[in-house]
Design a protein around this ligand. Structure first.
Ligand SMILES: NC(=O)c1ccc[n+]([C@@H]2O[C@H](COP(=O)([O-])OP(=O)(O)OC[C@H]3O[C@@H](n4cnc5c(N)ncnc54)[C@H](OP(=O)(O)O)[C@@H]3O)[C@@H](O)[C@H]2O)c1
Length: 217
């Protein structure tokens, strides 16, 4: 299997790259200069890849961004921080999906997955808080769900999926996991790959947790 891991410098991304076999390629901002908030950078880096990939996983993202912590109240909403959240956690992966399409085959199964988060679920939101991260992940979910329908017309054997990795011991959530039990990145990566191995084209457009259970939108 030939895989491409985008965000391969991150806690989960590095573990996904390590667990994806000898034919996996990693791309990241700190190691390769790929900035997913810049479409020209996405086009250049993905355009330089040899096709096809059987699996592409987008493992980029941030909870705390440019020093802005996730909001605890409406009073904390700041337009610049909100825009930055959407640029990284929603628009960036959507543009990666746009440019990744040419990298997957039309005539055999392939997958494009992105790491979303359960807190992006509106149906599952009973706590509030983290307004912009939640909203950006909800927008990400809609971008991939909508994109999956369109991709199914030209790539009927493809599966586009949104995966919640669980609470994972990485830099991203280190200050926020509290007493919540965390999963080591290598275990989280294996869980994600197990879920992806079980998905078929019939699952395209779905939002799944690390156990493969569907999460409400
Ligand atoms: N950890 C958790 O508990 C948890 C829970 C739910 C969902 N998730 C989701 O899982 C994904 C990965 O999280 P993680 O825990 O592995 O975080 P992490 O260790 O902080 O890694 C974040 C990754 O995002 C990359 N990145 C940030 N800004 C970027 C940009 N503008 N362009 C390109 N790459 C950029 C970083 O690249 P550089 O370091 O190279 O700059 C790094 O590879 C995120 O989408 C997160 O929302 C994580």
């Amino acid at each position: 299997m030939r895989s491409l891991i985008i965000g391969s410098s991150g806690g989960i991304g590095a573990a996904l790259l390590a667990a994806s076999g000898p034919n996996a390629i990693g791309l990241s901002r700190s190691q390769h200069g790929l900035d997913i908030t810049d479409e020209a950078s996405i086009a250049a880096h993905l355009g330089a890849q040899e096709t096809p990939f059987d699996r592409i996983i987008i493992a980029t993202g941030a909870l705390e961004l440019n020093g802005a912590r996730p909001e605890k109240s409406l009073r904390a909403l700041d337009p610049a921080a909100m825009s930055a959240q959407f640029a990284l956690n929603a628009i960036g992966p959507a543009l990666v999906l746009k440019h990744a399409l040419r990298l997957i085959p039309r005539d055999r199964p392939a997958q494009i997955a992105t790491l979303s988060a359960r807190v992006g679920s509106i149906g599952d939101n009973a706590l509030g808080g983290w307004h912009s991260y939640r909203a950006a992940k909800a927008a990400l979910n809609q971008f991939f769900h909508t994109g999956a329908m369109e991709i199914a017309r030209t790539h009927p054997m493809a599966c586009v999926a949104l995966i919640h990795p669980g609470t994972v011991a990485t830099k991203l959530g280190a200050d926020y996991s509290g007493n919540h039990p965390t999963t080591p990145p290598d275990q989280a990566a294996q869980n994600i790959l197990d879920v992806l191995n079980g998905l078929t084209p019939a699952n395209t457009g779905g939002f799944f947790d690390w156990q493969g259970k569907a999460i409400p939108w």
